[in-house]
Design a protein around this ligand. Structure first.
Ligand SMILES: NC(=O)c1ccc[n+]([C@@H]2O[C@H](COP(=O)([O-])OP(=O)(O)OC[C@H]3O[C@@H](n4cnc5c(N)ncnc54)[C@H](O)[C@@H]3O)[C@@H](O)[C@H]2O)c1
Length: 406
């Protein structure tokens, strides 16, 4: 198997670590990306994304001549597609956009030969792997001679290089032979169990994992709203309820963000709006929680202004979509800060994980604690938990939306 050459299409957070890992396992890897600066950076042995340990993997793979990046697809025996799968904005039910997958598939079609494997790793709506096969077929590829499969990625950013190897993987081929061939390929570099199924089940499996998280967080967020009405501390409540042997409630927060959990459930809802009622409601509950937080902050600011006759100064503590990362994509905290700024509020932000951002005035925590009238804790960053533990948050104006002491 290791004499096969690999072509990885899309060298972002998933594709580049995968390409570098395969190279470190002895494969000859061609990485392809439409971004010329990314390709140039990689060929200098450097990386254009932030991920622990990835730099060393890429440096040594490029130095050993096992990884080379290109702006156009290269011939290989195994093709792995890791391109973005966003949704079309603006619809009541956002529709998945699989154009990047279809374009990437078309781009490799004239290279694919008998015996090759074509694997999709992008998070995709059910039926996308079949659509890929149709694109290849229309381009003249004999589908009976190749192996097409879906294998979703389930890594955690920040731990990608470990989880790529350790996590269990699900492989679903369009045929049993494709499932078996592609599973054998993954077993050459994955230590976790490689589980075999069909393409549609594998596609749905990835969407199910992220929807499960979204629905369960929605339950916690809904509880937080109900509890607020009765002045019940929701974090105390949840920790008490979780002492029941069969109850395990997740934590509420300022909403749900990131480019996976806040996006992928829509792929299920768009496919079957009639039946996916709970999944849709969960998405809406989590989005509504973010709007509720905005209103809470506005009410607190209005109370201060009524007392002082001056505009209240608001500090948003945290902008990232989850604790201890620098990623603001689909972040409820960043959305809250932007919404308040656009409504003319005097707002600063404290985000220990980023140096600067052209949308927000960033200040440090000590300064915010001294100068802000309303401090909205939006993300449970380590720095804020430490400050809370050392008693720095015992002052008026603090609204804790993520349970710092929970
Ligand atoms: N990042 C994660 O943590 C994560 C985890 C699990 C699954 N996923 C899924 O993996 C997929 C890729 O995500 P990502 O985070 O790596 O995205 P990304 O945006 O970091 O990288 C995608 C890359 O694909 C390139 N690209 C786009 N079209 C191309 C084409 N036709 N040919 C070659 N390159 C092309 C882009 O330039 C970009 O560099 C998505 O479906 C995502 O939902 C991501």
């Amino acid at each position: 198997m290791k004499n096969k050459t690999i072509c990885v299409v899309g060298l972002g957070y998933i594709g580049l670590p995968t390409a570098a890992l395969l190279a470190s396992n002895g494969y000859q890897v061609a990485g392809v990306d439409v971004s010329a600066p990314a390709v140039e950076t990689i060929n200098r042995g450097l990386i254009h994304i932030v991920e622990p340990d990835l730099d060393e993997y890429v440096r040594s793979a490029v130095a050993a001549g096992r990884l080379k990046a290109y702006t156009s697809p290269q011939a290989g025996d195994v093709y792995i597609i890791c391109v973005p799968t966003p949704f079309h904005e603006g619809n009541t039910i956002p529709e998945p956009n699989i154009d990047f997958v279809l374009v990437a598939t078309k781009s490799i079609a004239n290279q694919v030969k008998a015996g090759d494997m074509v694997i999709l790793e992008s998070t995709s709506p059910v039926g996308t792997t079949q659509r890929m096969a149709e694109v290849l077929n229309e381009a003249g590829v004999d589908l009976s001679s190749i192996y097409i499969a879906y294998c979703p990625e389930r890594v955690l950013p920040g731990k990608i290089m470990t989880e790529l190897v350790e996590n269990d993987r699900v492989v679903g081929g369009l045929t049993p032979e494709a499932t078996q061939q592609v599973s054998s390929f993954y077993r050459t570099f994955v230590k976790g169990t490689v589980l075999e199924t069909n393409a549609k089940t594998a596609e749905m499996c990835k969407l199910t994992e992220n929807s499960f998280r979204d629905v369960n967080i929605a339950f916690a967020n809904e509880l937080s709203l109900v509890c607020a009405k009765d002045d019940i501390n929701v974090w105390d409540l949840i920790s008490l309820a979780n002492r029941h042997p069969r109850v395990n409630i997740l934590q509420p927060g300022a909403g749900v963000g990131g480019h996976c959990i806040a996006v992928d459930p829509w792929f299920i809802v768009a496919r079957d709006p009639e039946n996916a009622q709970l999944i849709r409601t969960a998405r809406e509950v989590n989005n509504r929680k973010t709007e509720w937080v905005i209103n809470q902050i506005k009410t607190a600011a209005a109370d201060i202004s009524a007392k002082t006759g001056l505009q209240a100064k608001i500090a948003c503590l945290g902008l990232a979509f989850k604790p201890d990362i620098d990623d603001l994509r689909e972040s409820p905290a960043a959305h809250i800060a932007e919404a308040l700024l656009s409504q003319g509020y005097d707002l600063v932000a404290v985000e220990p994980n980023i140096q600067n951002d052209n949308r927000f005035t960033l200040i440090d925590l000590d300064e915010a604690l001294k100068s802000a009238d309303v401090l909205a804790v939006l993300v449970k960053h380590r720095e804020f938990m430490d400050a809370a533990k050392s008693g720095q948050f015992i002052r008026a104006g603090i609204i804790d939306f993520c349970g710092l002491s929970a």
